[in-house]
Unconditional design. Structure first.
Length: 254
């Protein structure tokens, strides 16, 4: 936008901007081109959030301003616009203003202002002849950005909340499943232990073996005492080992 305004003003007012460097302040303020530029700027900036436009020469002298009181002022050496005049670089900065006098003379308050400094170069020689400074009101834009950021943040928090809720459901379900399985395992272990005690206390000899391998999985105390083998030894034996006169096939056919 700054470049567009500069391109609009330069062709018509180039000679005036060059001449303005040597004109006294009182002449600049009353110069016909000053009035004409002001009206041109009013027309260009209509319905745009531009608060003020200034043009100053390479020495820092303000040769045009929509605030007439600033025309003819010479900027200090640390003024950002002078850096532009020396380097030719574009500079922008954002500042907070408690009050600002607009082009139409009205005041606005508590504004966020974007200050843009742009070199004005001769279209033929490309020689820098001035620097244009434009103050834009970006308060509403920043508010929109902040609102958008809040919406995005709220959306992200909502998604994270949903993910947390889903994760909580899964974790809670998994925890209950594990607790149930642990409880069932404990119950099975207790039942097995109880059954083992019942078998061991039986006065009869009891032999339990696997259907596929025929190896003993449990022999109660009466059986172990009768055979003279321990449970660890018996776990590697089969009924056929105790009755060698019966073959494996014959035992299966019993």
């Amino acid at each position: 936008m700054t470049q567009t305004i500069a391109n609009t003003l330069l062709p018509r007012y180039r000679n005036f901007l060059v001449e303005a460097e040597s004109l006294p302040t009182e002449v600049l303020i009353k110069h016909p081109y000053t009035t004409e530029m002001f009206r041109e700027v009013e027309k260009i900036t209509q319905n745009l959030p531009i608060l003020k436009i200034k043009i100053f020469d390479n020495s820092g002298k303000t040769v045009f301003s929509t605030d007439p009181d600033q025309t003819g002022q010479v900027k200090p050496r640390d003024y950002p616009g002078l850096e532009v005049s020396l380097t030719g670089k574009v500079i922008s900065s954002i500042s907070s203003r408690s009050g600002f006098n607009k082009i139409d003379g009205t005041m606005v308050y508590d504004r966020k202002v974007l200050s843009s400094y742009l070199p004005i170069n001769d279209s033929t020689t490309q020689e820098q002849i001035a620097v244009i400074e434009i103050y834009s009101d970006i308060t509403d834009t920043l508010i929109e950005i902040e609102n958008d950021q809040l919406k995005v943040t709220g959306f992200v928090l909502l998604i994270l909340g949903l993910l947390y809720a889903i994760l909580y459901v899964f974790v809670n379900y998994a925890d209950k499943t594990l607790n149930r399985q642990h409880k069932e395992h404990q119950q099975a272990t207790e039942l097995s232990s109880r059954l083992g005690r019942i078998l061991d206390e039986s006065s009869n000899e009891i032999y339990i073996f696997a259907a596929d391998s025929l190896k003993f999985t449990h022999v109660n105390k009466g059986g172990r005492d009768n055979l003279g083998y321990g449970l660890e030894e018996l776990s590697q034996m089969t009924p056929v080992d105790l009755k060698p006169e019966i073959s494996h096939q014959e035992f299966l056919s019993l």
